[in-house]
Design a protein around this ligand. Structure first.
Ligand code: HEM
Length: 212
């Protein structure tokens, strides 16, 4: 892996780790026993999401004149693979936590079935994950696969769709909490909001630099 990829991944991961620890353990008082899965899940999902958003913006940003160095552009494949692995870990963690029933009250109705927020946000998360997974394997099967299908999956429109699905996953689950800043632990915005802010900044570059 190149030095630049390691640096970019390390900065994003350490930022996400610090954010998760401060917001949830220091300010919200989540017990330390919950670091390993509950808070770490938030850390890897945020880091993976930001890395994907960065990947989505680097090429287009260079096209509109932002000084993006070559080693950043060359890091995109490695960053994308690591981000995908982080999101894969997020999916495993989230499914385990979901099964416990103790962590995600807002995703359940009083009778124990999924709430509207729970079912829609998970639907978009699963679709986003499947799309990212197809995108990831499309690069590896480029030689043998159905050319039209691979071209569709790896197109910019398709990446934008994956971004939209993932953003929808977060918007639906987090939006209510964004409106009550008085209740944010330590005044720190929810992780869903931080992730969407990163997505919107990167989407701006993507739309400007990649007009179809
Ligand atoms: C099978 C697919 C997925 C499932 C089951 C799933 C499940 C979840 C769950 C249960 C949460 C709430 C975590 C919490 O509040 O502690 C969550 C949050 C999150 N998810 Fe997913 N997700 C999936 C796919 C994705 C994908 C594809 C992405 C990004 C590309 C993503 C990014 C995030 C982020 C950034 C959060 C916010 C973390 C937080 O605020 O706690 N997820 N997801």
């Amino acid at each position: 892996m190149s030095k630049k990829s390691v640096q970019i991944i390390a900065v994003v991961f350490l930022f996400s780790l610090a954010y998760g620890i401060f917001r949830y353990h220091v300010f919200e008082g989540v017990p330390l026993k919950d670091f390993a899965l509950f808070v770490f899940n938030k850390v890897v999902s945020l880091a993976g999401f930001i890395l994907l958003a960065i990947n989505f913006a680097l090429g287009p940003a260079r096209k509109i004149g932002v000084d993006v160095p070559d080693d950043w552009l060359d890091s995109r494949k490695e960053i994308g693979t690591v981000a995908f692995v982080m999101i894969l870990a997020h999916v495993f963690f989230a499914v385990l936590l979901f099964g416990s029933g103790a962590y995600y009250g807002k995703f359940f109705a009083t009778d124990g079935s999924l709430s509207m927020v729970g079912s829609w946000s998970m639907l978009l998360g699963v679709l986003a994950f499947i799309w990212l997974w197809l995108y990831n394997i499309s690069f590896k099967t480029r030689q043998e696969g159905d050319a039209a299908f691979l071209a569709l999956i790896t197109s910019f429109g398709s990446l934008r769709l994956a971004g939209l699905l993932a953003a929808g996953h977060l918007l639906i689950m987090g939006f209510k909490g964004w409106l009550t800043p008085g209740q944010w632990a330590g005044g720190m915005p929810p992780i869903t909001m931080v992730a969407i802010a990163a997505y919107l900044i990167c989407l701006f570059f993507n739309l400007k630099g990649r007009r179809p």
